[in-house]
Unconditional design. Sequence first.
Length: 203
Amino acid sequence: MTALAKAILDLPAAVALLFVFLLPALEASAFVGFVFPGEIAALLGGVLAHQGKIPLWAAIVAAVSGAIVGDSIGYAVGRRYGEALLSHVPKRLLKPEHVERSKKAVNRLGGKAVFVGRFTAALRVLVPGMCGMARMPYGRFLLWNVAGAVVWAGGCVVLGYLAGSSWERLHRQLSTAGLIALGVVACVGAIVIVMRRHRARAD
């Protein structure tokens, strides 16, 4: 993965910028995020801007628009193909526990799951499709999709710009933070479920 990231940094500016758009776009639409998280491409966009190869605004626009387009495609794929598609994805890429967490996040948070899911790799890949499967209104999905893309992708580009050559260390820190966030989401979900069951029994 590091070798691929460094290869992207060595590409001509226009081609590298295309990757900054494509990798976030393919993250949820083609499950590429399980292999190459889109946050790396967004960080690299910032690094390229730091190096003076591309404008910072261009990197932000590419990463944000890629994230929005990719999640919209993921939503459409989930709405149309749903479970049939998930059943054909190798389990080494798509772990059953990730699917269950995504379903619970969508059921518990609704449209907010799209925003929250942006900040953990597993949810970022799966939540858009789950929203489509759940027949969430696209207008509501798009609202949270745009908000999450602006904060997440735009933030990653800016962080990459500020980190410069230290982007690899920053990515490790972001990955750790993402795992912590996923754990927090899972714990909150478990607490909510327990409280609802307790109330149901009390009634």
